[in-house]
Design a protein around this ligand. Structure first.
Ligand code: HEC
Length: 116
């Protein structure tokens, strides 16, 4: 009787936790990749210091006050009719959110520079 209760309790816990797994923020090594990608791939248009080039500046100051979800949509889906390409083949929506969240807060330098 007790065993059965534990069994169904366990099933319920797994079912309720499932959305947490699929919504999970990128792990640490994926974060390192994302930082490198933004610095290098995005930097080729937005400037190596993200202060603008072919594309506009992506600094904390430049993005201040712009709507979060629309910036995320720009990164994920691109802006048709402009050179800003879609990144949905390389980034999940959650990863695009992670990038915009960090751009708005002042983007980190590459995390894996120099000796550890
Ligand atoms: C081929 C050049 C190019 C690359 C590569 C590129 N962008 Fe862009 N991006 C642009 C251009 C041009 C615009 C401006 C589009 C417009 O005119 O609205 C833009 C716009 C944006 C905007 C909206 C800025 C605002 O002020 O509304 C964001 C955010 C952005 N890019 C992020 C990124 C990120 C993150 C990456 C890398 C994953 C990236 N871009 C890679 C060219 C590029």
């Amino acid at each position: 009787m007790r065993g059965r209760l534990f069994f169904w309790g366990g099933v319920a816990a797994v079912v309720m936790a499932f959305p947490l797994f699929i919504q999970a923020a990128p792990g640490e090594s994926r974060q390192t990749e994302l930082v490198r990608m933004v610095r290098q791939d995005c930097g080729s248009c937005h400037g190596m210091r993200l202060t603008g080039g072919l594309g506009p500046a992506l600094t904390q100051e430049a993005l201040a006050g712009k709507p979060f979800e629309s910036l995320v949509a720009t990164v994920h889906a691109g802006r048709p009719g402009t050179p800003m390409p879609p990144w949905s083949a390389l980034l999940s929506y959650e990863e695009a959110q992670w990038i915009v969240k960090h751009l708005v807060a002042g983007f980190p330098e590459e995390l894996n520079r120099g000796p550890r």
